[in-house]
Write a protein of this length. Structure first.
Length: 418
């Protein structure tokens, strides 16, 4: 795949005199960014920018290039979100390490294992989509600062937040530049799979944002004829409206792409993804199984055929840019897409569990049940479920990944409909 990223090198904190000083504001190419993985004086790299600008793409490309070149001994990729707790992040880091960690460890013991293990190794750690605001955050996570080693370890952090950038005490901060008009055209052509000619100049409406271009391509890629293609272009031109802002246009493109999905059933399958934690990939096989069991894919046609239909629906969502394939048979929803379509989720009975720190699970569950027939309390830190919550209209309750949950009362489902 062609490279479409360029960055502003905004600031540099010099910690070693051997590192060459670069003037602030100098643009660097993606290949130059990959070169930052080599110098020992560059320990922490932050990629900061708005959602949809290509931060995760760049970090993932750097991560894969490092693995291909065998630059490090240990590789750790940690997907985060605004709702991901520090404890969950620590557990994610520990789970990625190639060491014997044991079970049911305290958080302090887990941090000590992380620090002891990484201190002795040259590692690459990526914290993707970080929203942490705590000072000395790396120390809080049990991660040694690369500058205190002599191995040349690297930490890459992607974040929307300026605060999230500063607490990492980065050596270099990079901001993705918008694609040029030519790069935008090339990316759109690559995603559509053919050359095209617009009656309206939609490319300039995309502001050079990769996500907006991918979503536009998703709308246009299925047009069976040139006439249908031209009609979709005209609709997109109307939907995008006036030039207001980069993020406003991106949201409009998400909404337009959502409404251009081929059926209500496909839209419901997309909204079902909102029930899964934002900071975790969704296993493809598991997601399709959930769709089938919850009646979004017909159950009376046999499991194999239903599974095939589920795969076809997932292919549509991927081709339209609403979700994307991650590693190891998982899919994810981009956070900008998720934030935008979550409004439709609330209107259609899909309620996200937004807080992993559930102080009173019963009250929380009853609150969620007022707005939704399908409720997720996945991957929380709750330890028990006592009582008989009033949830007579819930059709599905997802409780996967509650590793601290030890007890559930016998009468928990007593007031629920069968």
């Amino acid at each position: 795949m062609a490279s479409y990223c360029c960055f502003w090198r905004r600031r540099r904190t010099i910690r070693f005199p051997s590192v060459q000083i670069i003037n602030p504001g100098q643009p660097i190419s993606f290949q130059d960014m990959l070169g930052l993985l080599v110098p020992p004086g560059v320990g922490v790299i932050v990629i900061q920018g708005i959602g949809g600008s290509g931060k995760t793409w760049a970090a993932k490309a750097a991560y894969r290039a490092a693995r291909t070149s065998n630059l490090f001994q240990e590789y750790v990729w940690v997907p985060l979100s605004i709702n991901c707790s520090m404890r969950q992040c620590i557990n994610k880091i520990a789970a990625s390490l190639s060491c014997n960690k044991g079970d049911n460890l305290s958080i302090e013991r887990t941090k000590a294992i992380i620090k002891e293990y990484l201190t002795k190794r040259k590692f690459l750690l990526v914290l993707d989509n970080s929203y942490f605001t705590e000072e000395s955050i790396l120390e809080c996570l049990g991660v040694p600062r690369p500058q205190r080693q002599s191995f040349g370890s690297k930490i890459i952090v992607t974040t929307r937040s300026v605060r999230g950038e500063s607490i990492m005490e980065p050596d270099i901060v990079l901001t993705p530049l918008p694609l040029t008009y030519e790069e935008s055209y090339d990316l759109l052509r690559e995603k559509i799979g053919k050359d095209f000619c617009f009656a309206h100049d939609l490319i300039s409406y995309c502001y050079g944002m990769p996500l907006t271009i991918v979503l536009l391509a998703g709308v246009l890629c299925d047009a069976p004829t040139q006439e249908a293609f031209d009609e979709l272009v005209a609709k997109a031109h109307v939907a995008l409206g006036a030039h207001i802002s980069v993020f406003h246009t991106m949201e409009r493109m998400v909404k337009f792409g959502y409404h251009q999905l081929p059926s209500d059933n496909v839209r419901h399958c997309l909204l079902y993804c909102l029930l899964f934690p934002e900071h975790q990939g969704i296993a493809v096989k598991e997601l399709i199984w959930y769709w089938i069991m919850d009646g979004l894919v017909q159950k009376n046609i046999g499991f194999d055929e239903a599974n095939h239909i589920g795969k076809e629906i997932l292919d549509v969502l991927i081709n339209h840019g609403m979700v994307y394939l991650d590693d190891n048979g998982h899919i994810r929803m981009h956070d900008v897409v998720r934030e935008t379509v979550s409004r439709y989720g609330k209107d259609n009975g899909y309620k996200e569990q937004l807080d992993c720190h559930v102080r009173n699970p019963i009250i929380r569950l009853e609150h969620l049940a007022e707005y939704s027939r399908r409720v997720s309390l996945m991957d929380t830190e709750m330890e028990c479920l006592h009582g008989s919550p009033r949830c007579s209209f819930i059709s599905s309750l997802l409780l996967r990944g509650n590793y601290l949950l030890k007890a559930m009362s016998e009468g928990f489902f007593a007031t629920w409909n069968n």
